[in-house]
Write a protein that binds this ligand. Structure first.
Ligand SMILES: Cc1ncc(COP(=O)(O)O)c(C=O)c1O
Length: 374
């Protein structure tokens, strides 16, 4: 058997990691500013994280949701405090797409409505429901096509109003910051307007914070920069630092009933221990403040850079839109400078580093950038 060929992979196999450094089997060192796609929130193999998971698996690695699991309660309590959503409920699952599936299903159950409004260029995952609200027909099968989803341009409040006024929508789903689209930050005023329109029309606001959440932008969730609250917030990626997890934070007005949602693996002991350890490290090392500070530093260094069309982002969720003559820069950063970065197409380099990225690593990147673009 060989692997189903769905991933375009670099010809590099990291075998060891520490903080924001990776090594391949030959001992070559790499600077990781990609974090395995915003997952490595507290760096590779953080000692507190390693200890927490090791201790947990030695004690009890797994039991299903048929029994009590106080690790889930601890995680819910910690997440409530750090996210400033202490009165919300928590549902745990296994991935970002699964979190979005559950959030949209809950919104539909709660409102009794079938339609969902989503935004142009949005990415919410590849499973059937999640891909239906993803604005990329190339990854939708005929089975996923539906007349229940409408896309409107990000930022177009008039278009949102026209749709929501029909009172047919269960939910609006929006990324805190669009990631796959190349780091598109919705205006604070747009988010405020969206919240007001949802309130006026009985529509639930779903914030997909799978990439932009967990402290990456300097606040726990990106939508919080606009001073608004969402009704359902989805998380995954950085929350458990690499152990698969998905989470839905749920407005207490939404009722639960036994069996409505469920999963075998969701909220398992290892995932909870990992997520608790991530949140502890975030608190102890004040990583949201660090993300803010380092994000400002990156912006000072790179905004207006001659190689850039635009610098976008917040905190450590950064999109560098390069001029056409610099296409290929990401490959050169990897091959010549041994630096991992993310991308959105050929023209946007995405930085999604660990939130405890050291300042000297940030400086190393900027030096490499200037060297390759001079
Ligand atoms: C904003 C957003 N939503 C959903 C997903 C899907 O998450 P997962 O790959 O864990 O299913 C992603 C993944 O990149 C994402 O960036």
């Amino acid at each position: 058997m060989d692997l189903f060929n769905v991933y375009k992979r670099w010809d590099i196999e990291p075998v060891r990691g520490s903080g924001s450094t990776l090594w391949d089997a030959a001992g070559q060192e790499y600077l990781d500013l990609y974090g395995g796609h915003a997952v490595i929130s507290i760096g590779h193999s953080h000692p507190h994280y390693v200890e927490a998971i090791s201790k947990q698996i030695a004690k009890l690695g797994f039991y299903s949701n048929a029994v009590q699991n106080s690790l889930q309660d601890t995680l819910a309590q910690k997440l409530g405090v750090i996210s400033e959503y202490p009165d919300y409920h928590l549902f745990l699952c296994n991935s970002g797409a699964e979190a979005n599936e559950n959030a949209l299903k809950l919104a539909s159950f709660h409102t009794g409505r079938a339609k969902v409004l989503a935004f142009g260029a949005a990415f919410h995952g590849r499973t059937s429901g999640a891909v239906s609200v993803t604005d990329n027909p190339k990854i939708r099968a005929p089975f996923n096509e539906t007349d229940k989803v409408t896309f409107v341009p990000l930022g177009d409040l008039e278009a949102v109003k026209k749709e929501l006024d029909t009172q047919a929508y269960a939910a609006v789903i929006i990324e805190g910051i669009q990631g796959v689209a190349g780091i598109r930050v919705p205006d604070d005023s747009f988010l405020k307007g969206l919240r007001a329109l949802c309130d006026q029309t009985g529509t639930l606001l779903v914030a997909d914070e799978i990439q932009s959440g967990c402290g990456r932008t300097g606040k726990f969730f990106a939508h919080q920069h606009a001073g608004v609250k969402a009704d359902l917030i989805t998380m995954a990626k950085g929350l458990a630092g690499g152990i698969p997890i998905g989470a839905v934070l749920i407005n207490p007005v939404i009722q639960a009933s036994y069996g409505l949602l469920g999963t075998t693996f969701g909220g398992n002991h290892i995932a909870c221990a990992a997520a608790i350890a991530v949140l502890e490290v975030m608190e102890q090392e004040k990583l949201m403040a660090h993300a803010t500070k380092l994000g400002e530093w990156f912006e000072q260094q790179l905004k207006g850079d001659p190689a850039l069309v635009e610098y976008r982002g917040r905190g450590l969720m950064i999109g560098l839109e390069i001029k056409p003559e610099f296409v290929g820069l990401r490959d050169r950063l990897l091959k010549e400078k041994h630096i991992f970065t993310g991308a959105s197409g050929e023209r946007v380099i995405r930085l999604l580093p660990a939130l405890n990225l050291p300042e000297e690593s940030a400086r190393k990147f900027v030096e490499a950038w200037k060297d390759l673009t001079k």
